[in-house]
Design a protein around this ligand. Sequence first.
Ligand SMILES: [Zn+2]
Length: 456
Amino acid sequence: MRRKKSYSSVVFMLIFFTLVGASVFVYNAKMFERVAPEVVIKSNGFWNMRSPLSISLKDLSGIVNYRVTLITKDEEFDLDSSTLLTPKNSINLELKVPKKIFRFKDKQVKIVVEASDASKWNFFAGNSVKKEIVLIIDKRRPNVSIVANSYKIRNGGSAIVVFKAEDENLKDLYIELSSGKRFKAKPFYKDGYFISLLAWDIREEHFKANVVATDEASNVSKAYIPLYLKVKRYKVSKIKLSNKFLDGKIAQLSEEFIESDGLEDPIERFKAINEDVRAKNEALIHEVTSAVDDKQISSFRINKFYPLKNGQVVANFGDHRLYYYNGEKVSESYHLGIDYASVKMGSIKASNSATVVFSNFNGIYGNLPILSHGLGLYTIYGHCSSVNVQEGDKVRAGQEIANTGTSGYAMGDHLHFGMLVQGIEVRPQEWMDKKWIKQNITDIIKDAKKIIDHKN
Ligand SMILES: [Zn+2]
C-alpha cells in the first residue's frame, strides 16, 4: 500500500509538471502568441483618393489573411484581400483606388482593415483584428491666383507680391524660388489674401518664383509670379593682401575669434576670419532676419532709408572681392551692404519706425543693431562705436540708434548699412530711392487693394 501510494504520487507529480510546463510553453511560444496583428493606417484623416493609401500590418506569429474594404454611403468595395500560405511578420500595402470609386461624391469614406495571424491560440483559430478609420475626402486642389506684383526684380534686388489662396483644408502656403529658398506670406487686407516681399539673392544666377499651396489631403497648387528679370552687373575687384595688412589688422583681429586664434600662418588667419568667422556671423544675421509674423496687415508704408547724414559711399553693395597673395587667389567674399563714412562717431538714425530684434557684438560686424520694419524687411548697422538701443525696443523714425565706429573688421570709422528680406541681403539703393519704393512697392499694394475691393 505504502509503495503503491508513493508510486502514484510520483506519476501525479510527473503529469502535473508536464502540464505546467506545457502551459508555460503554450503561453510563451511564438506559435501560441495572443496578440492580435497591429494595423497602422498612415493618415491625418484627410485623403485626396489619388495618393495611395499606406497601411502596414505587423504580427509576431505572422499574418495569414487580411482584407481592406472601402465603405461609401451606399456601397462597399474590396480594395485588397489576400490569404497567405506562408505567414508574414510584416506587410506594407500601398493601395490605389479603382477609377470608378474616384468618381464618388461622398464627403467621407470608411476604411476597414481586417487581419488574422498564424497563432495556434484560440483553439487554433489565431488572433484577429478589425480596425476602422473615417477619412475626409478632399479631391480639390487649393485655389491660388496672383493679384498684383512688382513689374520687375533685379539680381540682388527686392519685389512684392499679393495673391489669393483658398482651400477649406489649407495646410501650407509659401513662395518658393528656383534656388529652393522659401518666403513666408502674411495675411493681407481681406480673408484669403496674402502679401510677401521677395528677394533675388545676388549669389544666385537664376530666379523664378511660384506661390505654392498644399492642403491636408496633399493636394498641391502652384501659381507662377510673372516678374521681369533685370540683370545688373556688380563690381568684381582683385585685392592684393599686403604683409602690412596681414601682420597688422588681421593679426590683431585673429586673437578676438576662436576660429583664428592660435593660427600661425597669416594667410590661414585671413581665411579663417574672411570665411569661417564671416559665415558664422552671417548665419546669425540670416537667422534673426528670417522671421515674419502671421498678423494680417492692410498697408506697408515705408520712407526712403537714409541712415547716415552726408555719408560718403566707400564700398558698395554686391562687390565681389577676390583676395590675392603672391599672385595666387587665396580667398573671396561678397560685400552685402553699403559702407558709408562721415565724421568719426557719426550719428546713425532710423529712417522708419522699427523693433530692435538684435543688439550685440557680432564678430566681423562689430557692434551691430538689427531693426525689423515689418513684412520681413530688416536693416543692419555694423561697426558701431556705441549703440543706444536694446533688443525689444521700439524705435521711431528719426531716432538716433547708434554711432559709427571701427568695431569688428573695419579699417576706418564707417557704417556698414545692410538690408535684408526674410534672411536675404538686398540692394539698399532700391529702398533709399523714393521713386523706386513708390513704383515697386507702394503702388502695387494700392493696386492690389483696388482689385480685391472690386472682387468682393
Ligand atoms: Zn561693409
